[in-house]
Design a protein around this ligand. Structure first.
Ligand code: SF4
Length: 704
């Protein structure tokens, strides 16, 4: 038997055909019918079935303990959920609804996101739900809202084949979005005029494949983007018609970018002025200007402004809403976008509504028939949630399918938080999640292929994932765990679903009339069409809304802002990351390697993937190593203001002098927290997006 599904790793959202043999064995291959991936899969996707077939680490039964000094005991679902409901009710009664919180994941399906959000915002009466997507996409979300009026990616993957200039900033898609990158490579191979510019302090595989690599100093992206903006203005590459008719803020922007000469910008960025001039000229002369970015812009204390400075380049040149043109934030996780659509962040409501907007709250309360008022104050964001737990402002946390003890910045705060928390529920697939050791209740969840639901990839493409296998033991789909819990809380009438499809249908109804309207989407439609891109309102199929929905947004240059004009923002270019000094003179940046995913609870179990890079390492420039008497391959200690890490060093000029790189994946899984990158990172966040500054940590490296 074969089943069409979607890869559950990155936001490229590749289509997979799973084959199930009669003996139960699984194999898989790329789905040639999938419009995003066209039959291709990267190494992670090709080996995904091994993570399902190896069930040695699976959580099989609900477990709980009455205090942390006791061992976990296997219990029934009823017992686990009744106790959890009793504890939640007690805290809510005693300390108010903001004493409890859910911390969820960009790997949750849309239905799961929707239901948890409905439960806590509409029925418990708190906005304390946030997601690990806060750690990767929230700066892009705010950037889109401020410039385009809403969290709306305007482009699609088919724009790749229409573009002739790719501007890749703070991203390494060759390793982190491999199938999207293969489309770019194939397009360039067939069209030698296509150019790629890579802006990255590291010489990554993406940089190596580029026509121009500008290895800027960390934290100077805005300086560079503003210098390019200045050159585009000076050399007449701007679109005056677009600016006059469709954008506000150009004059203030022009004044801002004229404050620095190109030479001064080059000096600050540590790149050549000629390189900046070449980048501006290639953008100006191109017909299709597609910019791609991820964590280098987003994971920054000035992440929103970095996003705005890049989107500005599209707005002053009018390169948006046209084939091959536009700003394209690449999503790190498979359903980070789906989660945002359902309102799965502490400050938003379903269909991109806002918790601070009284009319939006009233619409959602009426739709949900809420017994409480939706709170007008945003809830705790990811880092705030763990700080509040550590300070006993938050009493209980329910963690779903994410591993914050490896992934949170300044991770010792998260560890202290879970130790201090009065009550911790961990809902996960794997006993390798580091959070399990701090749990009072452990709930076993169904994994990929063991439950049905939907996800939205980075190009607004919604896909249906079928249930192919029964979950082992007593593991349940996450959506079912949530509705059973809601019933135990006494909200049964409003959480009385027979299946995930009913949850999805309810979600589509709450989107009606919004910019993310998906009323025309159903499981049946997705099974028939394979995927559709939102918006896809009711009647879209009958009206022939393209083969699979809306490819591009803003083709009429009417934006989602109140006056329908895009907003160009003059953004300052100073970086406010933690300063380096004599004690901590180097900048550490963290990131992914090709064959591992997040905290390795899945990919770390696949032998083939571990062969690529089996151990954590530090990339250090030979000049910095020489100054410290460090030899290649030596064990070193990386020291920061909050902790240390010990790994073997690799000397390479892939990092510029003054910069070092440590992969983010390893944590306590090797029985040591001394390889955990987030021992070092800090909890500074962008003031608007609340996204942490993972890419800039002051450290020193010494021989160990
Ligand atoms: Fe999966 Fe991303 Fe690889 Fe595609 S590119 S197979 S979605 S990990």
């Amino acid at each position: 038997m074969t089943h069409q599904t979607t890869c559950c790793y990155c936001g490229v959202g590749c289509g997979i055909v799973v084959k199930q043999e009669q003996n139960g064995r699984l194999s898989l291959e790329g789905d040639k019918q999938h419009p995003s991936s066209k039959g291709m899969l990267c190494s992670k996707g090709m080996n995904l079935h091994y993570t399902v077939m190896d069930q040695s680490d699976r959580l099989l039964y609900p477990q709980m303990r009455m205090n942390r000094s006791m061992p976990m005991q296997r219990v029934s679902w009823d017992a686990a959920l009744e106790r959890t409901a009793a504890v939640f009710k007690t805290f809510i009664q005693k300390y108010g609804p903001d004493s409890v919180a859910f911390y969820v994941s960009g790997q949750c399906l849309t239905e799961e996101y929707y239901l948890v959000n409905k439960l806590i915002k509409g029925f418990i009466g708190s906005n304390n739900i946030d997601t690990n997507s806060r750690l990767c996409m929230s700066s892009a979300v705010v950037g889109y809202k401020l410039s385009l009026g809403e969290d709306s990616v305007p482009v699609c993957y088919d724009d790749i084949e229409e573009a002739d200039l790719f501007f890749v900033e703070g991203a390494n898609p060759a390793w982190c979005h491999p199938i999207l990158w293969r489309r770019i490579e194939a397009h360039k191979a067939a069209n030698p005029n296509v150019k790629i510019i890579c802006i990255d302090p590291r010489k990554t595989d993406t940089a190596r494949s580029s026509d121009l690599h500008l290895p800027l100093r960390p934290g100077t992206d805005i300086v560079l983007n503003n210098a390019i903006g200045r050159l585009l203005i000076e050399q007449g590459y701007i679109d005056n018609e677009f600016i006059t008719n469709h954008a506000d803020g150009f004059l203030a922007y022009r004044d801002q970018v004229m404050l620095r000469s190109v030479e001064e910008a080059a000096e600050i960025c540590g790149v050549s002025a000629d390189g900046i001039r070449t980048a501006a000229e290639w953008i100006g002369r191109s017909k299709g200007f597609l910019s791609l970015w991820t964590m280098g812009l987003n994971q920054s204390v000035i992440g929103v402004n970095k996003n705005l400075s890049l989107i500005n380049l599209h707005l002053i040149t009018g390169r948006i809403g046209k084939p091959g043109n536009g700003p394209f934030s690449l999503t790190g996780q498979p359903n980070a976008m789906g989660g945002r659509e359902t309102g799965g962040l502490a400050n938003v409501l379903p269909a991109h509504r806002d918790v601070t907007n009284a009319a939006h709250r009233a619409e959602v309360e009426a739709f949900w028939n809420s017994p409480v008022k939706i709170a007008s104050k945003p809830g705790f964001t990811a880092t705030e949630m763990f700080e509040a737990l550590a300070d006993d402002k938050l009493k209980a946390i329910w963690i779903i399918n994410t591993n914050p003890l490896v992934s949170m910045p300044d991770v010792n705060v998260a560890e202290k938080a879970l130790k201090n928390a009065r009550f911790v529920v961990v809902q996960d697939v794997s006993n390798r999640a580091d959070t399990v050791q701090f749990a009072d209740v452990v709930l076993p969840a169904a994994a990929w292929l063991e439950k049905e639901g939907t996800m939205t990839n980075a190009e607004r493409r919604i896909a249906y994932l079928p249930k192919v296998l029964d979950a082992p033991g007593e593991a349940l789909p996450d959506v079912e765990i949530i509705w059973q819990f809601a019933q135990k809380m006494g909200f049964g009438d409003d959480f009385n679903y027979a299946n995930a499809s009913e949850v999805y249908q309810e979600y589509t109804r709450i989107t009606a009339g919004t910019n993310v309207d998906v009323m025309g989407v159903s499981y049946e439609l997705l099974k028939k069409k394979r995927t559709v891109q939102w918006p896809y309102p009711a009647g879209s199929e009958e009206q022939g809304a393209g083969e699979t929905g809306t490819k591009r947004l803003f083709t009429d240059h009417q934006f989602y802002t109140p006056n329908q004009r895009a907003q160009i923002h003059a953004v300052p270019d100073e970086n406010t990351s933690e300063p380096t000094d004599e004690d901590f003179p180097l900048v550490l940046t963290t990131g992914r390697i090709r064959d591992q995913w997040h905290t390795m609870t899945k990919t770390g179990r696949v032998a083939k993937l571990n062969q690529h890079i089996p151990q954590p390492f530090l990339h250090l420039h030979p000049d910095d190593a020489k100054a410290r008497g460090i030899q290649d391959g030596q064990l070193v200690e990386i020291r920061g203001r909050r902790g240390e890490v010990r790994v073997k060093v690799q000397l390479t000029d892939d990092v510029r002098p003054g910069l070092c790189f440590l992969p983010m994946h390893w944590g306590k899984l090797l029985n040591s927290n001394l390889n955990r990158a987030n021992n070092l990172t800090n909890s500074l966040v962008d003031p608007r997006s609340k996204e942490p500054d993972f890419k800039f940590t002051a450290v020193e490296v010494v021989p160990y």
